[in-house]
Design a protein around this ligand. Structure first.
Ligand code: ADP
Ligand code: MG
Length: 318
């Protein structure tokens, strides 16, 4: 199977690659062409996933397809954007039909779930890696950045934290599951659900937002630095799933919630008056801290006392 047959069979023919709203021309020419309304802005993000760095060296292909797109779509959620389209640059050591069919199936499932159309890409031979570029749209001026947090805002998250980190031992060793709690955690690792509906609901409400990919504390520091504010995080208020507490115990579950990446929950700051209505529509969101004037991120215990710790997320080349 040559490159062009591969593209036709597994990608151009996929349901998510068929023509649709916002896509004037998709796969098959030198560029794709998107329609953008005059009152909207285009929102763009690229993510590269490398085998052995961002996922296990021999991943289940269907799950890899789902996870790669979920991770990319989560960046659109974090801007409050409406998904539009994506491109896929795929580097593969060998072209196995079984592998490609499973990968494209997973990718397609997540693309349809997110409302993202595949509009192009590139296909090359080499060590397994994927680069996805996602395109979304927002009404002019409505994108939610990291730099808008203000003293008095509440710090909130889109749901339970630490589940993907809790799944890592099992995911990395490709161990058989130890029951339904482990299955739940592995599902949260392989198939994180980008919080697109919540992200859009936060337009005109959240003052700053990002999706947690490096760990809660490290990502809080990104908002604190960009917004030039201090953020207090309350350890006792972190939402933890029952599955994570059962598998790891409370202390380790909290550690995963603070430092584990890969959850792709939205982290946002919000004037408190917006919280009740939002919580009624999205009961999984949680208030976990406060924004105040000052600098950097502070972890507090249930009595409000400072828990000393170094705050930093994952860094390549460290
Ligand atoms: P070019 O030589 O102009 O860069 P290519 O031969 O690389 O074009 O690709 C042909 C068409 O197939 C283009 O529309 C490109 O966007 C698309 N394409 C290539 N690889 C992929 C892929 N993995 N997924 C989706 N579309 C792809
Ligand atoms: Mg090309």
């Amino acid at each position: 199977m040559d490159e062009f047959a591969l593209i036709r069979q597994f990608f151009a023919a996929a349901p998510c690659a068929q023509p649709g709203t916002g896509v004037a021309f998709g796969i098959g020419d030198d560029c794709a062409v998107l329609d953008i309304a005059a009152h909207e802005q285009l929102v763009v993000s690229t993510d590269t996933l490398v085998a052995g760095v961002h996922f296990p060296a021999e991943p289940p292909p269907a799950l890899l397809g789902e996870r790669a797109l979920a991770v990319a779509a989560s960046d659109l959620a974090a801007m409050g954007a409406t998904p539009l389209a994506f491109t896929l640059a795929l580097t593969l050591p060998v072209a196995s039909s079984d592998w490609l069919a499973a990968f494209a199936g997973g990718l397609n499932r997540m693309a349809i779930a997110c409302g993202l159309r595949l509009i192009g890409g590139d296909t090359t031979r080499g060590p397994l890696s994927l680069t996805l570029t996602v395109f979304g749209r927002v009404p002019v001026g409505k994108a939610i950045y990291r730099h808008g947090a203000r003293p008095g805002d509440w710090l909130c998250v889109g749901g339970s934290l630490g589940d993907a980190a809790g799944a890592l031992p099992q995911v990395l060793s490709a161990q058989a599951s130890h029951g339904s709690d482990s299955d739940y955690l592995a599902g949260r690792y392989w198939s994180p659900q980008p919080q697109l509906v919540l992200g859009q609901a936060l337009r005109d409400k959240a003052t700053a937002m990002l999706d947690i990919s490096d760990g809660l504390l490290g990502d809080c520091a990104h908002i604190a630095n960009a917004s030039k504010v201090a953020i207090d995080v309350h350890l006792a208020d972190l939402p933890l799933s029952a599955a994570l507490r059962n598998v790891c115990g409370l202390a380790q579950a909290r550690e995963h919630a603070l430092a584990g990446g890969d959850d792709y929950r939205l982290l946002f700051t919000l004037p408190p008056e917006h919280f009740p209505d939002l919580h009624a529509s999205f009961p999984e969101i949680a208030h976990i801290g406060h924004v105040r004037s000052g600098a950097s991120v502070h972890l507090l215990d249930a009595q409000g006392l400072l828990i000393p710790r170094e705050i930093r997320g994952y860094r390549h080349f460290d």
